[in-house]
Design a protein around this ligand. Structure first.
Ligand SMILES: Nc1ncnc2c1ncn2[C@@H]1O[C@H](COP(=O)(O)OP(=O)(O)OP(=O)(O)O)[C@@H](O)[C@H]1O
Ligand SMILES: [Mg+2]
Length: 329
């Protein structure tokens, strides 16, 4: 059973809403920064629905190349393309009667978005090369760490699909906006990792807690979970000390009022004394942060995208934009 650890009012309201809408077949859009618990929330919706005994199928739209994503989602008939030696059902068919999680939906190609919209509207899928549509009964949950409304404005996401998906919107607050959860989540994971590693951790020293609570957590709960796992492993005694907390020093002193996006970007690069100069647009700032992070990671795009909490595809698109304006990346 999915357990979402929180004492935050906003989070509790979101969980309550999620449990209520779970009963319906409504499509749910879960937004939030990387590591805030979007997938966890999707599981919670599924588990609290009448579909709980049926499959929960997840697919990451950013991790799979476009043509493969199409056949993964919709399936194909034998001979539909070179290499299609036998027929294969798609994720929609596998999820029949249950829930399909479309992770990082903003990264789905616009052409596939049209096909997805059709499936949602008609309740049936066309396998690639198939002659007749297959009826499917699937509850769709989509997640994104980008603002999908902005993607619509930019023209990279279909407005009609956005409205279809956004029937219920659950927006996960970043961890830095619910610092009260840091202690709770830390204790939760300390006990899990303590048991897993055969240790008997009983808690945190005051200095260790202070360190955890003053960090801005650009990677949100996932980052905290990783920090706690390492701390539990390195702790010499039964108490996690500040020395065990591996957070980069330069990030610790950052103030907690870092606002969404900018704070995250600034801390990911970790190099800025000043985050804005007169005349700079948000795009300028984003560009300079991305280029700096890329340099920091010696041009490694996978590491850069991960550090910035964006998909590789998003990073690639941005770099392509920069090349168009003459930046050599
Ligand atoms: N409130 C919470 N309580 C306990 N564990 C949590 C909580 N929120 C997130 N986690 C844990 O943090 C990790 C990241 O969560 P999850 O994968 O759901 O995030 P996400 O928003 O889908 O991230 P991404 O955008 O990178 O895919 C998981 O291991 C999850 O179990
Ligand atoms: Mg996720």
């Amino acid at each position: 059973m999915t357990e979402i650890i929180t004492s935050d009012r906003r989070m509790r309201d979101i969980i309550q809403l999620a449990k209520t809408v779970a009963q319906s077949k409504a499509t749910v859009l879960i937004q939030g920064e990387s590591g805030t618990g979007k997938e966890l929330m999707a599981c919670l919706v599924h588990e609290n629905s009448t579909r709980a005994a049926r499959p929960f199928v997840a697919i990451n739209c950013a991790a799979i190349p476009e043509n493969l994503l199409e056949s993964e989602l919709f399936g194909y008939e034998r001979g539909a393309f070179t290499g299609a030696v036998s027929s294969k059902a798609g994720k929609f068919e596998f999820a029949n009667g249950g829930t399909l999680l479309l992770d990082e939906i903003s990264e789905m190609d616009i052409r596939l978005q049209a096909k997805l919209l059709r499936v949602i509207q008609e309740g049936e899928v066309d396998r690639i090369g198939g002659r007749k549509p297959v009826p499917v009964d699937v509850r769709i949950i989509a997640t994104t760490n980008r603002n999908l409304g902005d993607c619509v404005k930019e023209g990279s996401f279909r407005e009609d699909l956005f409205y279809r998906l956004n029937v219920v919107n659950l927006t996960m607050p970043p961890l830095r906006e619910r610092i009260g959860d840091v202690r709770l989540v830390s204790e939760h994971y300390a006990s899990i990792f303590s048991e897993k590693n055969g240790k008997s951790i009983t808690g945190f020293s005051a200095a260790a807690l202070a360190m955890l609570e003053s960090h801005v957590w650009p990677g949100n709960v996932r980052e905290l979970e990783n920090v706690i796992e390492r701390a539990v492993i390195t702790a010499a005694g039964n108490v996690v000390e500040d020395l065990d907390i591996a957070i980069e020093r330069r990030q610790i002193s950052q103030t907690l009022d870092a606002t969404a996006g900018l704070g995250t970007l600034g801390s990911a690069a970790g190099l800025h004394d000043k985050s804005w100069n007169p005349g700079q647009t948000l795009d300028d700032i984003e560009r300079s942060v991305i280029l700096e992070a890329l340099q920091y990671h010696h041009g490694n795009r996978t590491h850069t995208a991960k550090a910035l909490g964006i998909s590789i595809r998003t990073l690639r698109n941005k770099l392509a934009d920069y090349r168009r304006i003459g930046i050599n990346v």
